[in-house]
Design a protein. Structure first.
Length: 386
């Protein structure tokens, strides 16, 4: 099974990810991974750090002459911040010592206070450095490999922003795999051009007031073969695994598969995707996409559609959130840090990553194979039996 571990703190020296279980023979270049990391830095509303963070990577193992070896792939992503100032060398030094500037006004909505209590820390930085969404850079590097593997069986995973604050896009037309460049060119990664201006304005308004914004992203995976995941056991259901993966993204508080929340209010006769036999392709197809391409915990062969709702960031440029100083126990407002107004466009790229990692793991579980050739052959052979 494909598995991966990330390590590293936001202002530490680097992030590291190890991806184990990839087949041998997958063509990978540094540029493939860089491209995905660059996409994660996209989006109007990010803070100053994104302008200097370059996500410089080092391929440490598992790849030789542009091909995976079947051994664990290890990737290091340097944190530009560490190399820019002495402050972080001191603050994040692994050597014994103590900070002169502990953060003791935990932000409501962040991991700060619960983490301080759970781990016995008196400095919120001991928690927030790892809770930070900087960690998603390491996941995106892993996701780049998952996307390359999925591409060998014709799967493409894309995303677009469908809501920014209260500005919502029309969902009448969905981007296809070929539209990803157009989505990425939008300052808010929105495919619906008519809604883009309202989204940009929502970000500008929040920025002016020192506030932050959440939103909703939709991920669509095209070309997913029928039969990934299973109905036979709770922890093998693909929709459950997608939900867990998406919910693990920092600040995501809601997950929807297809139109899951909308169909809850409909009658059964109006809530399911009718099935039809398509003579031209000699295959079944669904006439709508309410179920988001999954039924009974398995992919149906239709596009997989997952939505992720992100809460507004808990760090504000003009702090107004009530909290308590953990030393004096006096009421105060949470500490001020340099921050993004919104990270919803970037979260879309991270959500693609998480969907790709789940689908790649399940595809490997179904089709197996120690080499990419064996993996693709097994997939084609299965599809040929349908
Ligand atoms: C983050 C806060 C900001 C973001 C960071 C995630 O960092 P800083 O506090 O250093 O300005 O820029 O995201 C990234 C560095 C990144 O690469 O996505 C947070 O608190 O989660």
């Amino acid at each position: 099974m494909l598995r991966y571990l990330t390590a590293g703190e936001s202002h530490g020296q680097a992030l590291v990810v190890i991806v184990e279980g990839l087949p041998a023979g997958l063509a990978v270049t540094e540029a493939d991974i860089q491209a995905e990391l660059g996409r994660r830095r996209l989006g109007f509303g990010r803070g100053p750090r994104q302008r200097f963070e370059v996500d410089e990577i080092l391929l440490l193992g598992g790849i030789r002459h542009g091909r995976t070896l079947g051994s664990p792939v290890a990737i290091e992503i340097k944190n530009t911040e560490w190399f820019r100032s002495d402050k972080w060398h001191k603050e994040m030094s692994p050597a014994p010592g103590k900070t002169e500037d502990p953060l003791t006004q935990p932000r409501p909505g962040h991991a700060d206070l619960a983490g301080m209590q759970k781990y016995g820390f008196d400095d919120a930085r001991d928690v927030l450095e790892r809770a930070s969404a900087r960690e998603t850079a390491a996941r995106v590097a892993a996701g780049a490999l998952a996307k390359l593997l999925l591409r060998t069986i014709g799967v493409e995973v894309i995303s677009h922003v469908i809501q920014m604050g209260d500005a919502r896009a029309s969902l009448t037309v969905r981007p296809t795999a070929g539209d990803l460049t157009k989505v990425d060119e939008s300052p808010v990664r929105c495919f619906d051009a008519a809604s883009e201006a309202a989204m940009v304005k929502a970000v500008e308004d929040a920025a002016r007031e020192g506030d932050s914004l959440g939103g909703i992203v939709e991920v669509i995976a095209y070309g997913v073969p029928v039969g990934l995941g299973s109905h036979v056991h709770w922890d093998r259901k693909i929709d459950a695994n997608l939900a867990q993966a998406i919910m693990s993204i920092q600040a995501v508080k809601g997950v929807e598969i297809g139109d899951g929340f909308e169909v809850a209010g409909r009658r059964g006769s109006q809530a399911h995707d009718p099935i039809e036999w398509d003579e031209s392709t000699q295959s079944y197809r669904r006439l709508s996409a309410l179920a988001g391409g999954t039924e009974g915990g398995m992919t149906t062969g239709e596009p997989v559609i997952v939505r992720a709702a992100m809460k507004p960031l808990a760090t504000l440029n003009r702090p107004t959130l009530q909290t308590v100083d953990t030393v004096t126990k006096e009421s105060t407002v949470s500490f001020k840090e340099r921050t993004d107004v919104t990270a919803v466009p970037a979260m879309g790229v991270v959500a693609e990553t998480m969907v790709a990692l789940v689908l790649a793991a399940e595809a490997q579980r179904k089709f197996g194979g120690d080499s990419v050739d064996e993996f693709t052959r097994n997939c084609a052979s299965f599809l040929g039996t349908l």
